[in-house]
Design a protein around this ligand. Structure first.
Ligand code: GLU
Length: 436
């Protein structure tokens, strides 16, 4: 591209070639379609779009681990920093057999957008290791975590890139990240990672933050649409940290959670599930699939249940052109990252099913991560009431910002959220200019 054409606004190129299935399964492709659409709408300069279509930094590491049986296995891991224009990079680490560089890049891009929607002073990052922690011992997971952290320690740090939990990673794992990084530099650096245990600089309220944020956003949705949340039926896909806390917090506020599922299968009870009993069952059996009080259903059937609010809180690529026609929810609030494909978005829009996008709906986690990092830097810790009140403020403010664009510019909520994020991000890119 010549310098003269750099500031021309973008033209929408539409979908790339390849089969529909392959396109939907490729998270990076989905992410770029979303970006292109928003870029065209705000008439973003071509040179800024070009920069955002590339991750700033991608690192692939091999992670040798001594297994319990004495053998050595080498795992592949990634850390991607998509953008640093608004501040240090921020985003979780996932351990999953289906992790790939393309997926991690997409997730890092969505973190850039999420932090901009929430107006947090961060860019976006993500990390992942291809592994199946369900088949590993706790010792193997610790050694994997420590070696992966050591390998990516050349690019992370409290001012550079701050990891956090994501799929299959938890507080203990973040504690090992903190310890490993601290051992390498020779002093304790709690600000290098968020979502760690409270005893070593974690924040109160961080564990429930994503679920609580989903709830605050849904409350705002109910306010603007004029329905009563306590009379609504809710279905939750995923029963990890996000899904379980979503179900609990909605139930605590008097909503009827009628369906829930994890990877092993789901459970449906139109009268409402006993969510606390379900959470206990899940902690004990590692799955909710055999919970006795309800009808057994598959994870796919769950998505198609009649309900007011459907909350996909598991993985990407769940609502696609295959099932979008059969969704019977009135509203979808995305607890997971990237659960709805762009094709499904088009189908749902035609069917007037409103989707509250991931980069807004699930941003409670990274928002309290930001609070945790601020507390670590200041060595001054807040009580849980303050954390939750500030979280609510942030979620409500961002919902209103996005909703204003949605009504004023007559675009769906995803496009509105991307437009808001992109406007903020583009301004940072313009002001900072191009080095050298
Ligand atoms: N993994 C979470 C997300 O996707 C949290 C990231 C963070 O706290 O940095 O938003």
């Amino acid at each position: 591209m010549s310098l003269k054409t750099m500031d021309r606004p973008v033209k929408w190129k539409g979908a790339l070639n390849g089969s529909q299935d392959a396109r939907e399964a490729n998270a990076w492709h989905q992410a770029m379609e979303q970006l292109d659409r928003a870029a065209q709408k705000i008439r973003l300069e071509q040179y800024i779009l070009e920069r955002l279509r590339h991750a700033k930094r991608t690192l692939t590491v091999s992670v040798p681990v001594k297994m319990d049986d004495g053998t050595l296995r080498v795992f592949e891991g990634y850390r991607v920093q998509h953008n640093l224009d608004r501040g240090p990079a921020k985003g979780g680490i996932r351990f999953h057999p289906q992790v790939s560089m393309e997926e991690v890049k997409a997730l890092a891009f969505w973190m850039t957008m999420k932090c901009a929607v929430m107006n947090l002073p961060y860019g976006g990052a993500k990390g992942g290791v291809i592994c199946n922690p369900k088949e590993m011992s706790i010792g193997e997971i610790e050694r994997l975590t420590r070696r992966y952290t050591a390998e990516i320690s050349i690019i992370i740090g409290p001012d550079k890139d701050i990891p956090a939990p994501d799929v299959n990673t938890n507080e203990q794992i973040m504690g090992w990240v903190m310890d490993t990084y601290s051992m390498t530099i020779g002093y304790s650096a709690p600000g290098v990672v968020t979502g760690k245990p409270v005893d070593i600089g974690g924040s109160l309220g961080r564990r429930e933050a994503t679920g609580r944020g989903v709830f605050y956003i849904t409350q705002e949705l109910a306010n603007v649409k004029g329905f009563d949340l306590r009379e609504s039926s809710v279905v939750v896909q995923g029963f990890g940290n996000v899904g379980m806390n979503v179900a609990r917090i909605f139930a605590q506020h008097g909503c009827r959670v009628v369906g829930a599922a994890d990877v092993m299968g789901g459970i449906y009870n139109p009268e409402g599930l006993d969510v606390e009993a379900l959470a206990e069952w899940s902690n004990k059996h590692d799955t909710i699939s055999r919970f006795p009080k309800g009808r057994k259903i598959s994870t796919q059937e769950l998505l198609e249940l009649p309900c007011d609010i459907l909350i996909p809180a598991a993985m990407e690529n769940q609502i696609t052109h295959y099932n979008a026609h059969r969704i019977r929810a009135k509203y979808i609030v995305e607890g997971a990252n990237g659960p709805t494909t762009t094709e499904a978005d088009r189908i749902l829009a035609k069917r007037e099913i409103l989707v509250v996008p991931d980069i807004l709906a699930n941003a409670g986690g990274v928002t309290v991560s930001y609070f945790e990092w601020v507390q670590d830097i200041q060595s001054f810790f807040w009580d849980e009431k303050d954390v939750n009140a500030r979280l609510k403020d942030h979620m409500v403010r961002s919902f209103r910002d996005v909703h204003d664009i949605h009504t004023r510019e007559k675009v769906d909520l995803r496009l509105a959220a991307f437009m808001l994020a992109l406007r903020r991000l583009a301004q940072a890119v313009r002001i900072r200019g191009l080095f050298p």
